[in-house]
Design a binder for this molecule. Structure first.
Ligand code: ASP
Length: 329
């Protein structure tokens, strides 16, 4: 029997057409499906949003998670069509909001609208459906012949079709003339999915640069910020001469504000134990993001704070692998 799949469409370039004000999402999920031609699956479609993904924010994450949760028992897999710009954030957040999801949920989109002759949309959509039919349960992102774990993805290109990369882990699968070739599959857990959309959005993601004034972090906290991810240098180094960021982190931690140290380098892990400039921050209580993407680190922080975790609990939470987002040593 053919697999029963659901397409939830949310807009993005894939569903866009040209207007006087630029590209805007206008096509329905049915329109997307029509352009694919015959598919070996039994596919239902629901249009749940029609947004450029720059406008997809925590309110939409919650709504999308609720929709997936609601329909998950009726389908073998779900495809979520979504703009590419914030797709990696949505994929990461869904990994925390929908832990132990019982079916594969596959996000996809395209760099070129589906109604353009040379669009990458048909291939990406076909791949997403194929992934939703054969992958183990989990949250994935399928793009340009790669199926990736959602919480490991980053958008790395604005124009070329290979827009996404799976960072620090190989893609779950790639497509060759043999079809879908798996590198690995996440373990099947046989647990029940719990929908948990409680998050705290009062967080900040700061990219460190020489000359950054640490006092700005206190200004953020004064304005309600409850947790900060700092993209530090290399393995996680931070300055302490003249502008004492390391000291500021210590103060923030003692104020109950978790500070996560990730790396500006896209690839490989942060490790605060190697250099003095990292070790001092660690001694002050900075929490390492390990080899997580910034997209995963900021959404994990929002989700952890939403569960009312304190600094100590956030630190323990960041040392746990929830959905494959971190490699634990
Ligand atoms: N601005 C578009 C979006 O994210 C880009 C795309 O889908 O490729 O919705």
């Amino acid at each position: 029997m053919s697999k029963k799949l659901l397409l939830l469409s949310t807009g993005g370039t894939i569903a866009s057409s040209v207007s006087d004000s630029g590209l805007v999402p206008k096509e329905s999920g049915e329109d997307l499906l029509k352009l694919l031609g015959e598919m070996p699956y039994n596919i239902d479609v629901k249009d749940i949003l029609q947004l450029d993904s720059s406008n997809i924010q925590p309110e939409e994450w919650k709504f999308i998670a609720e929709q997936i949760y609601k329909y998950r028992n009726d389908y073998d897999g779900i495809v979520l069509s979504h703009g590419t710009d914030t797709m990696a954030y949505t994929a990461s957040m869904l990994s925390f909001m929908l832990q132990h999801i019982e079916i594969p949920v596959v996000l996809t989109g395209s760099q070129v609208p589906i109604n353009v002759v040379l669009s990458d949309a048909p291939d990406n959509l076909r791949l997403a459906f194929a992934a939703a039919a054969v992958c183990h349960p989990g949250i994935y992102l399928a793009f340009d012949r790669k199926i990736m774990l959602g919480c490991r993805t980053v958008k790395v290109r604005t124009i070329n079709f290979n827009a996404f990369e799976s960072v620090n882990v190989p893609p779950v699968a790639t497509v060759t003339s043999d079809g879908i070739v798996f590198n690995y599959q996440p373990k099947i857990e046989n647990k029940k999915c719990v929908l948990n959309t409680k998050i705290d959005t009062h967080v900040s993601l700061v990219k460190l640069f020489p000359g950054f004034d640490p006092e700005l972090l206190f200004a953020m906290v004064k304005s309600g910020c409850q947790g900060i991810v700092i993209e530090a240098y290399g393995l996680g180094g931070m300055n302490y001469i003249r502008r004492n960021l390391v000291g500021a982190i210590g103060k923030l931690i003692r104020m109950g504000i978790p500070v996560i140290a990730s790396s500006q380098c896209l690839y490989e892990r942060s490790d605060l134990t190697k250099y003095e400039v990292g070790r001092l921050a660690l001694l002050e209580g900075a929490i390492s993001a390990g080899d997580m993407t910034s997209e995963s680190a900021i959404t994990k922080l929002m989700w952890g704070l939403g569960q009312r975790m304190d600094v100590h609990e956030i630190s323990e939470f960041f040392n746990k692998d929830i959905a494959g987002e971190i490699t634990l040593k």
